[in-house]
Ligand binder design. Structure first.
Ligand code: AMP
Length: 222
């Protein structure tokens, strides 16, 4: 990865965006990541106005309004110095709708930091549904564990801080199915948008261990 990389990771809930992001950050320390879900969960835990509004929507498996999301991500990009042609970053979970993608293009067009790659993580949704029961998280850091594939060293405990792991409120079967449905509705127009811009890639596999090396190869090739 020689030139600045500005990457979007797209994928259904539970497709491993968070896990792939973490691996990429380790491999390419010049990358910074912004996870829209983590940004929202941080607002919820701080009890901000945005957090209070987002909490109900997230619990219902619905999307937070586009204008809120575009504002939040623009702010995060600015904070990490991401709006210049030399910056390298990855976005995880944003944009999720066509209107968010158009909003992001406007922000980036005004800055010279164009997006150079969009990667869709393509995982069989039957497999995602089977796996979600085993997902536990450390909310303050966003670290994700699977009791099956990537268990913590001490059961239900974060490896780094020793704090307790929790189930996300929106990882219960009903909310999760709704989130999958919403994703499937929104992803078509997004895919078309980025295909037209020539930045779309799809990487398929049933686990992050299979998907990660393919994503890494894409970044090294570019
Ligand atoms: P995630 O951690 O990416 O699965 O996001 C958790 C929840 O946060 C989603 O189910 C949505 O309710 C909300 N959310 C995250 N990112 C976005 C986004 N780009 N647009 C709208 N809602 C979002």
């Amino acid at each position: 990865m020689l030139k600045p990389t500005r990457l979007l990771l797209l994928g259904a809930p539970g497709s491993g965006k968070g896990t792939i992001s973490r691996k990429l950050l380790k491999r390419f320390p010049q990358l910074h990541s912004i996870s829209s879900g983590d940004v929202l969960r941080s607002h919820i835990s701080r009890g901000t106005k945005i957090g209070r509004e987002a909490e109900t929507l997230i619990k219902a498996g619905s999307l937070v309004p586009d204008s809120t999301m575009i504002g939040l991500i623009a702010e995060q990009l600015k904070e990490l110095g991401g709006l210049n042609g030399e910056a390298s970053w990855l976005l995880d979970g944003f944009p999720r709708t066509l209107s968010q993608a158009q909003g992001l293009t406007e922000i980036l067009d005004a800055s010279g930091a164009d997006l150079n790659m969009v990667v869709e993580l393509d995982v069989d949704q039957e497999i995602i549904l089977q796996r979600i029961d085993a997902r536990w998280v450390h909310l303050p850091s966003g670290r994700i564990y699977s009791l099956d594939y990537n268990p913590p060293k001490v059961p239900f405990t974060d490896d780094v801080t020793g704090e307790k792991l929790v189930k996300r409120d929106d990882d219960n079967p009903e909310t999760f199915s709704k989130r999958l449905l919403v994703y499937n509705e929104e992803v078509g127009p997004l895919r078309e948008y980025y295909e037209t811009l020539g930045t779309w890639h799809r990487v398929s596999g049933d686990s992050s261990d299979i998907i990660y090396p393919k994503v890494e190869r894409l970044l090294l090739r570019d």
